[in-house]
Design a protein around this ligand. Structure first.
Ligand code: SF4
Ligand code: FES
Length: 287
């Protein structure tokens, strides 16, 4: 009968950490011995143990510690991960090597410079643009209505936490630093498939250019590394199809299905619900 007994974890992990500071000629790896403090101890906790007990100069970026803020992307034993969402137990050998994300300049140790990443993200206008409904978007009076199927069209792409791991894994970014990259391109699909949005022609112009969507070779490394289950490679293929259709003018032909626009919910009924008291009078005049 197969034993159900789990293999005991090492009591101490050997953690090799990439070190580099501005002004230094060469990076190096420093080795630390980290005692395992509980069975679920994460790579981030090991790094914080080092920072608090062994070497306070270690630079590591983190915030939420729960795979939400996207700050702690790094490579552990050559694999792109969120350090706060990766347990030491996943490496039963008791030895890990932690490095900063490739394809980004290193600021210090494990901290990378994300400026270019966010420049590309901003370039595609990652928010709802709707010139026809501008007033409603700026001062909402009602809700835009979407069916569950319409939400499903973009939902998985909205789970992105901007950790940048997809960009670090992308072979095209490695050879062309001006490439918009999987995260920005995926974001275009996220908004272009949203029926509340009307900014898709602007975004298609941004991506249908040198270093844009056509530079993606569909390696799929972005999808494989994404810790949130987003599929940037799929999003980019949707985008290529949209760019071809728009570029050839097919979407302007009379028989081509028109883009849907989310309707506004009916105006709210002024009557108050029974038993709910009226709010107190305003103390600040409405601007
Ligand atoms: S798509 Fe995934 S890997 Fe890329 S930034 Fe978003 S969450 Fe991170
Ligand atoms: S610390 Fe926020 S994602 Fe890891």
């Amino acid at each position: 009968m197969a034993s159900t007994k789990q293999k005991a974890l090492p009591e101490t992990y050997t953690v090799e950490v990439f070190r580099f500071a501005p002004g230094e000629k060469k990076p190096r790896y420093d080795r630390f011995e980290v005692p395992v403090q509980h069975p679920g101890m994460t790579v981030l906790e090991a790094l914080l143990y080092i920072k608090e007990n062994l070497d306070p100069t270690l630079a590591v970026r983190y915030s939420c510690r729960m795979a939400v803020c996207g700050s702690c992307g790094m490579y552990v034993n050559g694999k792109g991960v969120l350090a706060c969402h990766t347990r030491l137990a996943e490496f039963p050998s008791g030895k890990i090597r932690v490095s900063p994300m490739p394809n980004y300049p290193v600021v210090k140790d494990l901290m990378t410079d994300m400026s270019e990443f966010f420049t590309h993200h901003r370039e595609v206008k990652p928010y709802i643009i709707n010139p026809e409904m501008r007033a409603e978007i700026e001062r909402p009076t009602r809700e835009f209505l979407q069916t569950p199927e319409e939400v499903e069209e973009y939902l998985q792409f909205s789970y992105c936490i901007k950790c940048g791991l997809c960009v670090s894994a992308c072979p095209t970014v490695a050879s062309d630093p001006d490439f918009l990259g999987p995260q920005a391109l995926m974001t275009v699909t996220r908004y272009n498939r949203d029926t509340r949005d009307g900014g898709w022609t602007y975004r298609l112009e941004v991506v249908d250019r040198p270093h844009g969507v056509w530079n993606c070779h569909f390696a799929g490394a972005c999808t494989e590394v994404c810790p949130k289950g987003v599929d940037p490679a799929l999003a980019i293929q949707f985008l290529k199809r949209e760019a071809v259709v728009h570029g050839l003018g097919l979407d302007r032909l009379p028989f081509w299905p028109k883009r849907k626009q989310a309707p506004l919910a009916p105006p709210p009924k002024p009557a108050r619900r029974k038993g709910i008291p009226a709010p107190p009078p305003r103390t600040v005049p409405e601007s």
